[in-house]
Design a binder for this molecule. Structure first.
Ligand SMILES: C[S@@+](CC[C@H](N)C(=O)[O-])C[C@H]1O[C@@H](n2cnc3c(N)ncnc32)[C@H](O)[C@@H]1O
Length: 210
């Protein structure tokens, strides 16, 4: 274990001791989970929003996949993590805020994001907060954009009723058995991609005339 990995693990553990519900894990995610949750993302994805980056395990994986720091918005509620992220990824935009308030924030000069990567502990959040997070995230995403969420639980951490209510669907994309503890990743996407504002509308290809 390198010095910085050890320092991250120690800092993370201390943050968890101070606020177990918010931090929700005793250690940062490992390489297998970081690789899995970013596996569908590349430089072509466009801007990416990360929710709950902690010490930046997924951030590093996103950068390794070709996402430029300038195309990253890091939304972190823990001040101990937000300060570290700002110094570690100085060209990314780090926002010290609650992810459930995302809808009211302008990111990337209004350019929609291609993906949202979430390390948030959604299982320990009340449904109203989870709805606000998903609603805000999908307001920032392109029509074909996706929200990636990991869980230590046996099923998708977003309940089916809530997905139905928001017109979303969840697809299991894999398991990281080498993570401590093992985790699964889900891709949450719109059931029917809606037209983006300003998206050109072609009457000849409209669904009822095809
Ligand atoms: C399970 S840790 C994941 C950290 C990191 N993504 C990883 O995988 O190592 C959860 C992270 O979400 C942050 N968090 C929890 N609630 C949040 C909220 N409402 N808004 C933004 N960040 C939040 C915590 O401070 C912590 O950094």
């Amino acid at each position: 274990m390198s010095d910085s990995t050890f320092a991250d693990a120690f800092g993370f553990f201390r943050a968890w001791l101070g606020n177990p519900l918010r931090v929700a894990a005793m250690l940062p995610s490992g390489r297998a989970l970081s690789s899995l949750i970013t596996s569908e993302i590349s430089a072509e994805t466009g801007p990416v929003v990360e929710l709950g980056p902690g010490t930046g395990a997924f951030t590093r994986a996103l950068i390794a996949r070709g996402v430029a720091q300038e195309k990253l918005a890091l939304i972190e509620y823990g001040s101990e993590f937000a300060v570290k992220l700002h110094h570690r990824f100085p060209r990314a935009r780090t926002l010290w805020m609650d992810a459930s308030r995302l809808k009211g924030v302008e990111l990337f000069g209004g350019t929609p994001a291609g993906a949202v990567v979430s390390g948030l502990p959604v299982l320990s959040m009340p449904p109203r907060k989870v709805i606000a997070i998903l609603d805000g995230a999908f307001a920032k995403l392109r029509p074909d954009g996706a929200f990636y969420q990991f869980t230590y639980g046996p099923t998708c951490p977003i309940p089916r009723a809530l997905l139905d209510r928001l017109g979303l669907k969840a697809t299991h994309i894999g398991r990281a058995l080498a993570n401590i503890p093992p985790a699964a990743v889900y891709r949450i996407s719109r059931r029917q991609p809606r037209l983006a504002a300003g998206h050109p509308f072609h009457p000849r290809t409209a669904p009822d005339q095809a």
